[in-house]
Design a protein around this ligand. Structure first.
Ligand code: SF4
Length: 462
């Protein structure tokens, strides 16, 4: 049944399928919130939904290929009057071309156009087809109440867009220039989150530590949200290595609610490669940022993003990436084979710079083995430590609960020991190399300072 009966009459149902980074997850929560305020009921499956939205990512070619395939598959869930829309970065990038490519799609809406979704859906119901991809640099959706689905933590966007122009990245072209929300608005949303029973927040932005609302910087923001009564953990993603001011590092060090984990995108360990990527820092600058952070925050866990096979990558440049991984000893990394995006500066690089697929694969495998090996070694040294974890969900096997430490370790705990949303102190009793098993302990002895840990993590693109 596609309609939900209410005293006011039937409500239409909406299903949103989300791809890509946490910013997209957060945008889907905003769209659900906006549509719920206009009489739509969120549903968990596309089957027979009145509206199906696919919230897309454009960061890699295979993400887009997947969406095109998925749009075809979704046809079998459509009723005669189902409206299908494509939102997000791929919608922004392709605009009306998507309408030509997929005739059953009625709407193509970029990240700054979600406010008009209810009206666009009304138009689509009368048979119109739209592409809405104008940027709106004032748009922060302040009056839209997000519908959150993740149980124990809230993702709060604090900044949209990006002012960097890394040569491989499509984000500045799909999300426009950087702009920050007002600090008071973020604090108000943090109060709302606490009222919903959540105690952990993750501040989101493409280069989140460059946050500046004209009056307040990211250090002010960290201190302000952490001061909200009921907030126990504050995280953020993703920072840019160049935007760690002394003030931001001091706030991280001084505010107990800010967790001891930084996802610090590196992309390459070679200064010449970083120059071609227009990352605006050298290997030495990156190492200096790591050192400043580690000196200020004992036990800081560091994770990163690395691209393999960017145009012109030489053996020596790749070796620099491996050696930087060994030097920093990351807790974990997102590793990607370079994917050329139409419209980025990398597209204009000489064809002879293209790294052959076989070379990219061989390098990728070596990098993976190096990063995983370091991560395993780091984790082995932590066995026996006691850490605070927040229970997030039932683990995939159904018999354990999955919890998260402050420094972003994934820890499996027995199902009978807690419920979702509980904080526990656990002793780390085993590791698979990537994740831990933990046994709850009763005493509340002071926690030993955590050392760098490995775990899966969420990434945006900075
Ligand atoms: S990689 Fe990050 S910092 Fe660079 S352009 Fe993309 S979003 Fe901006």
């Amino acid at each position: 049944m596609s309609m939900t009966e209410t005293p006011e009459g039937p409500r239409k149902t909406v299903y949103i399928e989300t791809y890509g980074c946490q910013m997209n997850v957060s945008d889907s929560e905003l769209m659900y919130g906006s549509l719920a305020a206009h009489g739509y009921t969120p549903v968990e499956a596309p089957d027979g939904a009145d509206v199906i939205l696919v919230n897309t990512c454009a960061i890699r070619e295979n993400a887009e290929t997947r969406v095109i395939g998925r749009l075809g598959e979704l046809k079998r869930f459509m009723k005669a009057d189902t409206i299908v829309g494509v939102t997000g970065c791929m919608a922004q990038r392709l605009g009306p071309r998507l309408l030509d490519q997929a005739k059953h799609v009625s709407l193509v809406v970029g990240p700054d156009g979600y406010r008009s979704l209810p009206q666009l859906l009304d138009g689509a119901r009368s048979g119109e087809r739209f592409s809405a991809t104008d940027f709106d640099l004032e748009e922060h959706y302040e009056d839209v109440v997000a519908r959150r689905f993740e149980g124990v933590k809230a993702w709060i966007p604090v900044q949209r867009g990006c002012n960097y122009r890394c040569t491989y990245c499509i984000v500045p072209y799909t999300r426009g220039a950087e702009r920050s929300r007002k600090l008071d608005d973020v604090v108000r949303e943090t109060h709302d989150v606490v009222a919903q029973g959540l105690s952990e927040i993750v501040l989101l932005g493409q280069t989140v530590n460059s946050y500046n609302d004209g009056t307040h910087d990211f250090a002010d923001l960290l201190r302000a949200v952490a001061a909200v009564d009921g907030i126990r953990r504050v995280r953020y993603t993703s920072p840019h290595p160049n935007d760690f001011s002394d003030r931001v590092i001091a706030a991280m060090a001084e505010v107990p609610e800010v967790c001891e984990h930084v996802h610090l995108p590196m992309q390459s360990g070679s200064t010449s490669m970083l120059k071609r990527m227009l990352r605006r820092y050298s290997r030495e600058d990156y190492l200096a940022s790591v050192e400043r952070l580690r000196n200020a925050i004992p036990g800081l866990a560091l994770t990163t993003d690395i691209i393999v096979g960017f145009p012109g990558e030489t053996d020596a440049e790749f070796e620099d990436t491996l050696s930087l991984c060994r030097e920093v000893r990351f807790n974990d990394a997102f590793m990607f084979k370079f994917s050329m995006r139409e419209g980025t500066p990398a597209e204009r690089m000489p064809a002879e710079w293209t790294v052959p697929d076989a070379v990219v694969t061989e390098r990728f495998d070596r990098l993976l083995a190096t990063v995983r090996g370091i991560s395993r070694e780091n984790n082995m040294t932590r066995l026996g430590a006691r850490v605070e974890v927040l229970v997030e969900k039932v683990a995939r096997d159904g018999t354990l609960l999955q919890a998260r430490s402050r420094d972003f370790k994934t820890v499996m705990v027995p199902a009978e020991s807690a419920k979702i949303g509980d904080y526990l102190t656990v002793e780390l009793t085993g590791t698979t190399g990537a994740t831990f098993t933990g046994t709850p302990v009763r005493d509340r002895a002071p926690l030993p300072m955590a050392s760098p840990m490995a775990s899966p993590m969420v990434s945006t693109t900075a």
